[in-house]
Design a protein around this ligand. Structure first.
Ligand SMILES: [Zn+2]
Length: 301
């Protein structure tokens, strides 16, 4: 566009420019004022229309729940904590040595058949079949101090999944070690645990058994919590329910952990929290625990 030829005489130009500026400023101010007024109007309309009553209760957030196994584990931790046991965690992926050999099950020992094992592609590395390798870890860490620990965690077995057995399940192992520990300490601890876990006045029975890593070994039963020992379907009409295996730590295992079996002695026990939860909450299928069915999980508040 070509510039227009000025038509205003030069002496009138300053006054004209001033006037034009005043008009421009006036228009801008009016525009700002209108925008502000419209904003205010919208805001006050919405304050009236969308009134918020801050005294109304909000939407309650739905709290999650603890898994029944977590609850059972925590109850076991609490009971053993009162007896001076601390939680000791060890790894899920183990060596064959720690899972078997150092627990008095050398290669080709027939007792290994009791555990169908998940092997990895790396020779000698497996998924632990029980929490017992934690005993060796704890001993090697604490030697020569006395030990009082429980070892909780997930275990893995290559087993057929049925209402009573799963591929993965939790275990809680216990280990007490010192210079004067006897079978009487083992019995006292377990009877006390059974009473605190399943209710005072429980009858506890020790049956002779065999495990490669304890000597002597026992299986522990309590009188059936459903029929009080009269006999029912759950206890297979025996009146007793098995809750754990236990025994005095085998001298070979003590030695492998670094403790001289002529000076030190100890007891160990192992139980399955799934089984304990099944008894406590009357659950008849172990598969329910890891099936992630909300209808099952929401029953536990
Ligand atoms: Zn019964």
């Amino acid at each position: 566009m070509s510039e227009r030829t000025p038509t205003l005489p030069s002496e009138e130009r300053p006054a004209y420019g001033r006037r034009a500026n005043e008009v421009k400023q006036g228009l801008e101010a009016a525009y700002e004022a209108k925008v502000e007024a419209l904003k205010q109007a919208t805001q006050s309309r919405s304050l009236v229309a969308d009134e918020v009553d801050v005294s109304l209760p909000g939407h309650p957030s739905r709290p999650g729940r603890l898994h029944p196994i977590t609850r059972t584990l925590r109850e076991i931790y609490r009971i053993f904590a009162e007896m001076g046991f601390q939680v000791y965690r060890s790894r899920d992926v183990e060596t064959d040595d720690l899972n078997f050999t150092l627990l008095n099950m050398p290669p080709h020992h027939p007792a290994r058949d009791m555990w169908d094992t998940f092997y990895t592609v790396r020779p000698g590395v497996i998924l632990r079949t029980h929490t017992s390798p934690g005993q060796i870890h704890a001993m090697r860490q604490y030697y020569p101090e006395p030990i009082r620990v429980i070892l909780p965690g997930m275990c893995y077995r290559y087993e057929q999944v049925t209402a009573r057995s799963e591929l993965m399940f939790t275990q809680v192992e216990g280990l007490a070690l010192g210079k004067t520990i006897t079978m009487a300490d083992l019995k006292g601890t377990i009877v006390d645990f059974a009473n605190r876990m399943f209710g005072q006045g429980r009858q506890v029975r020790f049956r002779a058994s065999h495990f490669p890593f304890t000597e002597p070994s026992a299986e522990v039963d309590i009188d059936c919590i459903l029929c009080s020992g009269k006999g029912c379907r759950v206890c297979k009409f025996t009146g007793w329910l098995e809750i754990m295996g236990a025994g005095m730590v085998h001298p070979v295992v003590l030695e492998n952990g670094g403790y001289d079996p002529d000076v030190y002695s100890g007891f160990a026990f192992g139980m399955g929290p799934e089984r304990i939860a099944m008894l406590k909450y009357r659950i008849d299928d172990i598969r329910a625990f890891w099936a992630n069915d909300l209808r099952f999980l929401q029953q536990f508040r």
